[in-house]
Design a protein around this ligand. Structure first.
Ligand code: 7GP
Length: 811
């Protein structure tokens, strides 16, 4: 397909329009064109998909199954075209047809089956697995509604349902034949068999069908197509039976059917926050049971040997604790369906399951009320109970020194089932997602577990696919890089390091500057189209794009903006470099303070953007409905990447990597992967400020710092807080009081005031540096050069070597 010419591609488009949609090109809408291009891709990859699966079967190597409640895949047409080598030809053909490729690709509705970092990481991992030729597949849920669509109305976030399947989704294939049945509720009966072992039967369970929909995951120019399998819940529907029932029962059945379909109804919109609803627990078991059943079926099909050898052929990576019921579910199947003894089943399970932790925030650590789990999944609960018994007994007898810690280690304690504890006990690997995060797990959050199982803990610093986030999202920069160092970096992103040789070459730096400026113009246009606001493409584009959370401290950013505004009001002639502050962020619908911050950003924007005294020196833009597609537009145009979490709170971050790879300079705390970026580029190439993780943790241990003292001594801070409290930014005086109270009366739990001064000072340095064009460009190129390390290809190789023990399938 690589040889396909634009002429031939155009012909394919016109032919397919006729054969698939019955229209001529002149009558085709952008959407029609979108569908036919997707069909062209599918036609190309379907045979490769089949071949890949066949090869995997023939080779029968160990396979990786990545279980995740979230896959934030975003739009696929463009990346599919890219990976199968047709993007350039498609772009050219569309242009020759007088069409704008961007508009056509934008017809795809983002698959927003994830909240933020955790879900997007899963999607990047799938891209790297296929591109590096590993037999690795994703298993998730085909939510009918993805993450809510955000509208900003009067400055407030309003949530609308995201019915992404409204139109046909061209990438999925329903595999009805591979449906499996999931059981909830019911009674468990225990029998003693003749040989003295126990047998468990279940009766009166509620049955739900899990129907798989497969999405191809296309490797980059290697003809490897892996699978993302998404399960959809359907009622077990026996037509004969239903027709025979009385009317009432018929409606009762419909009701029942509806309630079952809710299992794959919507994605919980919480990020780093535990949502403890029974439906969410059902979703988790639904994912886990369907996936494990399928994995075992597959193993049996390809291996005529005992399931004891499962660990030689299968590894299951669980993305946070959400799929940790995989542990008791695998135990259940091995014991109750395959006649394994407890010990034999445990031996297999703990060699198959590996667990990734994505946060240390206590509010995100999942627990389920014991009674709820027992009622919904009686057999699974029995197994967890037994795992817990054996684990606690093991500590009591074998680790006398740890006896006191049993209550904090027990899987079932205080009538709650602690999922992280289950995940650690039942897996062979526990990894954090950046060095500091793993160290915090080992030394603090999970230190007793670390003492028990030191070999289980390991770090795998996150990564991002440079194919989507540089090659596809920033074609101008990608082609400049290729002009300078050749195309090898595309397959070996570490080779971006060769750019260092040129990082002082001023004529080349000019070219980088031009590319960034072009991208800024494109984004400025986009902002204008979306908001009607004109932004100055010569201003500093200062970007903070991520979920809205107190610990991520969008509040610190907006305080800085208010401070600049106040200064300019006093002295409108101040000579500052114009700035455009760009935000994109969704708040969990029930997260009141986060929504207040969104309102505050929008309110400040509405004042600053129209104040004649400011003379356009400051602009504040909140782009609504931040998602993958929008990130692809913003990131190439960013000058500054705001990574300003309270140190110790951001496990890794991945936006920091995407922005760095696109030449933005980081203003950041020493948190998450910022530290590893800093290791590579050095202090001279980023703007580090604020408390360190140790300092923050020290404060927490000693009751925090005195926020009021800062309020009383720093006039800038006092002014801002008073403005919030006195309603200067509100239509009435109640607005923003909660933010004010949270800072002064809850003692500023995320250290916004404590880090305010260093943050302001750092931004003054940013401004001075920005004026020194060559220095700035040199820093920017240095960041791009070092960003290869943060390709998810590196991360996936590390998982493959250290955790999964798998090799690339073919050379
Ligand atoms: C996030 C972390 O907050 C972020 O720092 C990290 O880069 C990302 O995972 C990928 O590892 N966590 C979540 O998105 C999340 O939902 C709750 O955590 C379990």
């Amino acid at each position: 397909m690589l040889e396909l010419t634009a002429e031939a591609f155009k012909e394919k488009i016109t032919n397919k329009l006729k054969t698939d949609r019955g229209i001529e090109i002149g009558d085709a809408s952008d959407k029609d064109i979108y569908y036919v291009i997707a069909a062209i891709v599918n036609e190309e990859i379907m045979p490769q998909w089949y071949d890949t699966q066949k090869k995997y079967e023939e080779k029968n190597n160990k396979q990786i199954f990545y279980l995740s409640m979230e896959f934030l895949v975003g739009n696929l047409l463009q990346s599919n075209l890219l990976n199968c080598g047709m993007l350039d030809v498609s772009n050219q053909a569309l242009k020759e047809l007088g069409l704008d490729p961007e508009n056509i690709y934008a017809k795809e509705h983002d698959a927003a089956l994830g909240n933020g970092g955790l879900g997007r990481l899963a999607a990047c991992f799938l891209d790297s697995l296929a591109s590096l030729n590993y037999a690795g597949h994703g298993y998730g849920i085909r939510y009918r509604y993805g993450l809510f669509e955000q509208r900003i109305i009067n400055g407030n976030q309003v949530e609308l349902p995201d019915y992404w399947l409204k139109n046909d989704y061209p990438w999925e294939t329903k595999k009805e034949d591979e449906a499996v049945c999931i059981h909830f509720h019911g009674d468990v009966h225990m029998f003693k068999k003749n040989d003295g072992t126990l047998e468990f039967n279940y009766e009166n369970t509620d049955k739900v069908m899990a129907i798989p929909y497969d999405i191809p995951i296309i490797g980059y120019e290697n003809k490897v197509i892996n699978t993302l399998r998404l399960w959809s819940a359907e009622a077990v529907y026996d037509e004969q039976e239903t027709l025979a029932t009385e009317n009432n029962e018929f409606y009762h059945d419909l009701d029942h059917k509806h309630s079952i379909e809710q299992i794959s109804g919507f994605l919980y919109p919480d990020d780093s926050n535990h949502e403890g609803k029974e439906l969410r627990l059902k979703q988790q078991y639904f994912l886990v049971s369907s996936s494990i059943q399928h994995i075992i079926k597959n193993f049996k099909k390809n291996n005529h040997t005992s399931l004891r050898r499962l660990p030689e052929k299968v590894v299951i990576q669980i993305n946070d604790t959400h799929p940790s019921l995989a542990i008791p579910e695998l135990m259940r199947i091995l014991m109750d369906e395959e006649n394994f003894s407890w010990n034999a089943a445990w031996e297999v399970t703990t060699k198959v399951i590996a667990y990734t932790n994505h946060t240390t925030l206590s509010e995100a650590l999942e627990t389920w009320p014991k009674g709820m789990l027992e009622h919904l999944l009686p057999r699974i609960y029995m197994i967890i109970d037994e795992i817990n018994e054996r684990f606690c007994k093991g500590i009591w007898y074998d680790h006398e020194a740890l006896r006191d810690t049993i209550p904090s280690l027990a899987i079932i304690a205080d009538d709650q089932v602690h999922m992280a504890r289950l995940a650690i006990v039942g897996s062979f690997s526990v990894n954090g997602v950046a060095r500091i995060h793993t160290e915090i797990l080992k030394k603090q959050e999970m230190k007793h577990f670390y003492n028990l199982f030191p070999d289980r803990f390991n770090n795998k610093t996150n990564g991002i696919t440079h194919r989507r986030w540089l090659l596809q999202a920033n074609p101008n920069l990608a082609s400049l890089i290729t002009d300078v160092i050749g195309p090898q970096w595309i397959k070996r992103p570490k080779q971006l390091i060769s750019l260092l040789k040129y990082s002082k070459d001023s004529s080349l730096l000019e070219k980088f500057d031009q590319v960034k400026h072009e991208n800024k113009k494109i984004l400025a246009n986009h902002i204008y189209e979306r908001t009607g606001i004109l932004v100055d493409d010569q201003s500093i584009f200062d970007v903070q794009i991520k979920r809205l959370h107190e610990y991520k401290r969008q509040l610190l950013n907006i305080f800085h903006i208010i401070y600049l505004y106040n200064e300019l009001k006093v002295n409108p002639n101040q000579d500052i470099t114009p700035r455009t502050f760009i935000f994109g962020a969704k708040a969990a619908p029930s997260y009141h303070l986060a929504k207040e911050v969104i309102k505050l950003i929008n309110t400040v924007a509405s004042i600053v953007n129209y104040d004649p005294d400011i003379r356009g020196k400051l602009k504040v833009i909140f782009l609504e409905n931040y998602n993958v597609s929008l990130a692809e537009k913003i990131i190439p145009a960013a000058d500054i990447s705001e990574q300003i979490s309270t140190a110790s709170k951001e496990a890794s971050g991945t936006g920091n990597m995407k922005l760095m790879m696109n030449g933005a300079l980081t203003v950041g705390t020493l948190d998450g992967a910022n530290i590893e970026i800093n290791d590579l580029v050095g202090n001279q190439n980023m703007f580090i400020f604020g408390l360190t993780a140790d300092e923050v943790m020290d404060y927490y241990q000693h009751g925090g710092f005195d926020a009021t003292a800062i309020y009383n001594t720093d006039d800038r801070v006092k002014r801002i807080l008073d403005q919030l409290n006195q309603g200067e930014f509100g239509s009435h005086d109640i607005e923003f009081k909660d933010i004010y109270y949270n800072i002064l009366y809850h003692n500023d739990p995320y250290f916004v005031l404590k880090d305010f001064e260093p943050y302001i000072e750092t931004h003054e340095i940013v401004e001075r540096t920005y004026r020194d064009r060559l220095t700035w460009l040199n820093m920017s190129v240095t960041n791009i050069a070092h960003s290869g390390k943060f390709s998810s290809d590196r991360t996936i190789r590390e998982y493959a070597t250290d955790i999964w023990k798998v090799k690339q399938v073919w050379g």
